[in-house]
Structure formats: C-alpha cells, structure tokens
Design a protein around this ligand. Sequence first.
Ligand SMILES: C[S@@+](CC[C@H](N)C(=O)[O-])C[C@H]1O[C@@H](n2cnc3c(N)ncnc32)[C@H](O)[C@@H]1O
Length: 207
Amino acid sequence: MKEKQPSDQLKRPVYDQLAERYDRAMQPLERLCLARWRAAALRELPAVGRLLEVGAGTGLNFRHYPPNARGAAVELSFEMLRRAHWKTERPADVALVQARAESLPFADDSFDAALATLVFCSVASPPMAFAELRRVVRAGGRIVLLEHVRPDNLLAPLFDCLNFFTARLFEDHFNRRTALEATTAGLRVLRVERHLLGCVQLIVCEV
Ligand SMILES: C[S@@+](CC[C@H](N)C(=O)[O-])C[C@H]1O[C@@H](n2cnc3c(N)ncnc32)[C@H](O)[C@@H]1O
C-alpha cells in the first residue's frame, strides 16, 4: 500500500531548513546587485501609509523601508521570521506575522501598499496570493514585486529545465510568469523593469 504523505498544512516550510544559511548565502548577490534592486523596489512605494510585506524572509528589506514605516511583514517560515525579529533594522511599527500569502489574516483594505521580493517563485498558488493582495490593499494602492521569472527570450527553455529540479528540491519555481499572473489576477501592471536579460524583474502594479 502507498505510504500516506503528510498533508501540506503539516509539512515544515522548506525555508525553516534554509533560514540559518540564508543571509550568508545571499551576501555575494546582495553586494553585486540585489541590495541596489531592493532599494529601487522600496522607492516605488509611498513614503507614508500602511505597508504590507509578504514573504519577508529574514528581513533583508528592512533597512530600505521608509523611515517611520508602519504595517506588517508576513512570512510562512517560523525560522525565517525569527531571524527577521533579530534584525536591528526591524521597524518598530511593523508587526511580524507568521502567515501564508494565500490566506492573509487581515481585513479588506487594511494596507495602502504591498511589497514582495523573491517570493512569487515560492508561493504554492500565485493566483490565490494575488487575490489576497488585491483584497487587503486598498483600491489604487501600489503592489511592488522584485522577482526572478521565466525570461521572455531564448533562455526560456533553460529556465523550464532548471525549474524541473528547483521546484522539487527547494519549492522554488524558475519559470513563473509573474507579471502575466498579476495581470490575470486583475492588477494593473504599470511598469516592468528587466534586469539580467529579463531573468529578474521589478514589477510595479496598482490595485
Ligand atoms: C527566497 S526567500 C525571499 C525572502 C525575502 N523576501 C528576501 O527578499 O530576502 C522566499 C521567502 O518566501 C517565503 N514564502 C514562501 N511561500 C510563502 C507563502 N505562501 N506565504 C508567505 N511566505 C512564503 C519563504 O518562507 C521565504 O522566506
């Protein structure tokens, strides 16, 4: 008889195992380009208002937040969230909440803007996560994404192959079309800035 698999709800998030090494592993990329791209993503958000970050990880975006930021940073992995809590740059008025992007524990129109960096490659259901963002961010509010995606060029088949392994090993999808998913979910995509031959994109949307 086939062994029973643990349900998705009971499975430990894969980032619980990666949390300890995450900041160290990201350091070379941060130095090369990522810190700059994070800062540019945060500049797309309003300087005031209630901010939601989804999949905040260990809080590597905190140092780019606007001064006096207030709102919430949501993260699925307890171990990632614990490290976010330790960050000295953690904004005092931003609550750290363990939750799934697909099921956000906030009332409708709770935020003026939202941010996600390197998250939509990992979420189990991008359509559900976008639907939740549309629900909790007020009409006219900004949603800014910095994501690695399937490039729209000759590299695309390579990303499809890579995805076969990364999705199984790390639940990280290398061939998501995140800007298209955002449009399909009913968001207005205002701008897409392409980096590294379109493999990384800054996607600026409006509800
Ligand atoms: C590559 S890390 C990025 C972390 C952080 N945003 C950054 O830029 O460093 C992806 C993060 O998304 C989180 N994540 C994955 N699926 C999620 C979901 N459904 N809801 C909330 N967070 C999720 C993971 O636990 C992980 O911390």
